[in-house]
Design a protein around this ligand. Structure first.
Ligand SMILES: [Zn+2]
Length: 454
């Protein structure tokens, strides 16, 4: 009876939000959990779930994992709206169940916030957990990264039957398997991911066990790579799934050689960007963990569609545009690496806010290496700054050495969109989270883009 009332309440709240054109995804779950506190575990019992967690790349990895099910013809559901805490996840399970708690689809792909893993995993008991990586967000201290890592570990520990897909190149993620009994599929990259190798500061340079500085035989980006501690011997584990070669990196896609267990095959990845090579390898590991066959894994990588704000493509009056969400220096540097390697003309937009969802301290823009874009020279048609702190962004770029005539600050999104539509160079927009909401709202008003929660 409790389950029935909780589900009825959740569905009514959702309907009400929809009728009033609000996209709230946490509230229905919140109400339902008040009525029936163990609702999530009851609903998840009969669903085989893939949970995706980690600092960067969750959304793109979820989209590829969804495509694994789509290619295999398996009906599934997913929390696409970005509500990745327990309440939002409960909403998703509730919407996929009938009023008696029976699931309408038996498979799910669920993005889960790192800190929420402790609450979500023991209830959902996922079949597979994919962890992308752990980086320090904004100005978090290293101690916070260890707290995050521990929250993820405790979540995994509470679900010992879950197969873990761990990034072998991330010294923090890879360390988890030593403390857990779960079965592990390691994935990684065994070649450089950028043509122009840029040395970045590592946010995790020292051995987790003994504090000695790691040695690297290969560094891909951030602290990711083939690490080894010269003191205690802690090193990158062997990867079961690995990208061994990258023959082609284009503006729209990437071609790689992919090792799946014992075989190495050519694979096409439907998105550009070195960091997406990791997302693809991670999702391929999920495919292995689900025991899907090789053709299904390869077509998922080639055919998936990018998530909201993750290299999402759109057209503004005939001008091609992409949106890349930036939320921390590591993520931003990967976007900049990708942009520095593009061919042809380019125009960039940086939309910077400092509201709660963005992180209120914007000094991270000085840690991100915008100087990388200087190599574009004449091909760079401009960098437009917008958002609550757009003017600060322009100052940052001025210090980077960009010519002043290429920098413009816009006070509102309407005039920015006018300026973008009036020129012809392909546009790449890099907003922080709340700026992405504003920018997308303005674009939707002008060009009628789909509302993001649909
Ligand atoms: Zn060590």
């Amino acid at each position: 009876m409790r389950v029935f009332i909780a589900l009825l309440a959740a569905k009514l709240v959702r309907l009400l939000l929809r009728l009033t054109h609000r996209g709230g995804t946490a509230l229905p779950g919140k109400v339902a959990l008040k009525i029936c506190p163990d609702l999530l575990s009851r609903l998840a019992r009969d669903v085989s779930t893939v949970i995706v967690t980690g600092t960067n790349g969750k959304t793109t990895s979820c989209r590829i994992a969804e495509q694994l099910f789509a290619e295999a013809g398996i009906p599934y559901f997913a929390n696409r709206g970005g509500a990745n805490l327990k309440q939002g996840i409960t909403t998703e399970f509730a919407m996929n169940a009938n009023l008696f708690g029976r699931p309408k689809r038996q498979y799910a792909v669920i993005e889960c916030d790192e800190a929420a893993m402790v609450q979500v995993c023991p209830e959902v008991k996922p079949k597979v957990i994919l962890m992308t990586n752990v980086f320090s967000d904004q100005l978090d201290r290293f101690g916070d990264v260890l707290t995050t890592l521990d929250a993820i570990r405790r979540g995994m520990d509470a679900s010992p039957d879950s197969v873990l897909c761990l990034n072998a190149d991330c010294s923090l993620s890879a360390s988890l398997h030593e403390k857990l009994k779960n079965k592990v599929v390691f994935y990684g990259v065994e070649c450089p991911v950028y043509k122009e190798q840029v040395q970045e500061n590592s946010d995790a340079p020292r051995c987790l066990r003994c504090g000695t500085e790691y040695e690297y035989s290969l560094r891909t980006y951030g602290h990711l790579g083939h690490f080894r501690c010269p003191q205690c011997g802690y090193e990158r584990p062997h990867a079961h799934v690995a990208v061994t070669e990258i023959p082609y990196q284009g503006a729209d896609s990437t071609r790689v050689m992919l090792r799946l267990g014992d075989v190495t095959v050519p694979a096409e990845i439907a998105v550009p960007g070195g960091y997406n090579i990791y997302n693809a390898a991670g999702a391929a590991a999920v495919g292995m963990a689900l025991e899907l066959d090789e053709p299904a894994i390869l077509s998922a990588l080639a055919n998936f569609h990018c998530g909201f704000g993750r290299m999402e493509e759109m057209e503004l009056n005939g001008v091609s545009a992409r949106m890349i969400l930036v939320k921390n220096p590591t993520g931003c540097n990967q976007a900049l690496n990708f942009l520095a390697n593009t061919e042809g003309d380019a125009l960039f937009v940086v939309a910077l806010n400092d509201r709660v969802g963005d992180g209120t301290d914007i000094s991270w823009i000085y840690d991100a290496d915008f100087e990388k874009l200087l190599c574009l020279g004449e091909r760079l048609k401009g960098i437009y700054c917008v958002g609550d702190r757009g003017a600060d962004m322009a100052v940052r770029l001025k210090y980077a050495g960009f010519p002043l005539q290429k920098l413009r600050v816009f006070g509102d999104y309407g005039s920015l969109i006018d300026a973008l539509s009036a020129q012809s160079a392909p546009v790449v927009m890099m907003p922080t989270y709340s700026a992405m909401m504003d920018l997308r709202g303005a674009l939707a008003q002008r060009f009628g883009l789909k509302e993001f929660w649909e």
